[in-house]
Design a protein around this ligand. Structure first.
Ligand SMILES: *Cc1c(COP(=O)(O)O)cnc(C)c1O
Length: 393
């Protein structure tokens, strides 16, 4: 029986031949997955990546990206989520219950702290902040309800690099699970599982995307039971990522080591140069001598992200430092990092870190993310903007 055109446009018989191969993998997009039979509906298993059941549970495109991110981190299992922050919150939701407590470093990524302060608190889950530069202080804080120690290396914005092995040991000695926000290390400078960390999450938004145009996060484990705990919470929360977004990250992933190395070299050069300037009281870049935790960075890493902060001398007013930021032309004002465009943000420490603040945080903080422009041009941009800073007030 001839079929109507409307039906033909949906069910046309042609199937392209199998076996097509090209440098980039194909992109599969689905909410619905089609089964060949009822038996397949009954028996397919998405949990071990042996079959497909529904878009939220994975497609060839997301399974491929999960495997590559697990390899990047040196882990075995990966869950993809729609943002880096969703990776942070997924770990908390999968592992913590009413009455439990999580310990966070005092220089943790701000939205991670806000999640604990607002959402976890509503669910009866406590959090306390620890000084990541004092493993003894962490050990002393671990109590009978502590279920998770959160780690970040270096801390967000203020860039102190902790003694990771000592922090991990303090948690392990008490049988407490550890999770690392490895957005800075990106699996290149830092591999959390080599330090005995249980869970490594990353904002794929930053280095793996590298374009400033995708939001995505990952949660990687080595332990299968731990992965399944996270994976089932992931499924029940309805978290998934779009095929086109996964495609963009897959396409960028192969150049990650090259981009990381280029931004590392340029950032070190510019940070060191800013350190010679009289306007700058302190450069916060873990690979530079004199930056807090430099020795810990040297013990754990061979590379560094293209990210650093500087403390302008406290005699400059915030208005003067803001005017310096406004005077930059190649550096654009914006959050996030690891993209092609160099970025700058002045942070107000008084809203981020309560008094008393350590001595290296005296002054006015500006954070720089180095893009893929030539370092000499970025340095000229910094130099011209510094001339607008004027004399200290
Ligand atoms: C950006 C960032 C995140 C969150 O990533 P989003 O994709 O922006 O939600 C988490 N942790 C760190 C350290 C980050 O820099």
């Amino acid at each position: 029986m001839p079929r109507d055109l409307a039906t033909e446009l949906v069910h046309h018989d042609y199937r392209p031949p199998a076996g097509f191969e090209a440098p980039q993998p194909g992109v599969f997009k689905a909410s619905t997955v089609i089964f060949p039979s009822v038996a397949a509906v009954r028996h397919r298993d998405w949990r071990h990546k042996t079959g497909y059941t529904y878009g939220l549970h994975g497609t060839p495109t997301t399974f491929l990206l999960e495997e590559r991110i697990a390899a990047l981190e040196g882990g075995r299992f990966c869950c993809l989520v729609p943002s880096g922050l969703a990776a942070v919150t997924l770990v908390g939701q999968a592992l913590l219950s009413q009455g439990d407590e999580v310990l966070l470093p005092d220089n943790v990524y701000g939205p991670s702290r806000e999640f604990a302060r607002n959402e976890l608190a509503r669910w009866g889950i406590a959090h306390r902040l620890y000084d990541p530069m004092d493993p003894g202080a962490l050990a002393a804080l671990i109590g009978p309800n502590t279920r998770l120690v959160w780690l970040e290396a270096p801390g967000s914005v203020t860039m102190e690099f902790p003694d990771l092995p000592a922090l991990v040991e303090a948690a392990r000695a008490r049988g407490v699970t550890t999770a690392l926000d490895n957005t800075w290390g990106a699996g290149v400078a830092l591999r959390g599982f080599e330090h005995g960390i249980d869970i490594v999450m990353q904002a794929l938004t930053k280095y793996p995307s590298g374009g400033g145009d995708v939001l995505m996060g990952s949660v990687v484990t080595r332990d299968e039971a731990l992965h399944h705990r996270i994976k089932f919470t992931h499924m029940r929360l309805g978290l998934g990522v779009a095929g086109n977004d996964a495609e963009l990250v897959l396409r960028s992933l192969s150049s990650l080591p090259l981009r990381y190395a280029a931004q590392d070299a340029a950032a070190r050069e510019l940070a060191a140069w800013l350190g010679t300037r009289p306007e700058v009281a302190q450069v916060l870049h873990p690979a530079l001598e004199g930056s807090p935790g430099h020795a810990h960075w040297r013990a754990s890493c061979q590379a560094a992200a293209g990210l650093f902060s500087v403390m302008f001398d406290e005699r400059y007013t915030q208005a003067q430092v803001d005017a310096f930021v406004d005077a930059l032309r190649l550096f654009r004002i914006g959050y996030s990092w690891a993209g092609p465009v160099s970025l700058v943000v002045p942070y107000l420490l008084e809203t981020m870190r309560p008094e008393p603040r350590p001595a290296h945080l005296r002054g006015r903080l500006v954070r720089f993310s180095i893009g893929l422009e030539a370092a000499a041009d970025l340095r000229a941009d910094l130099a011209q903007a510094l001339t607008t800073l004027g004399a200290p007030a």
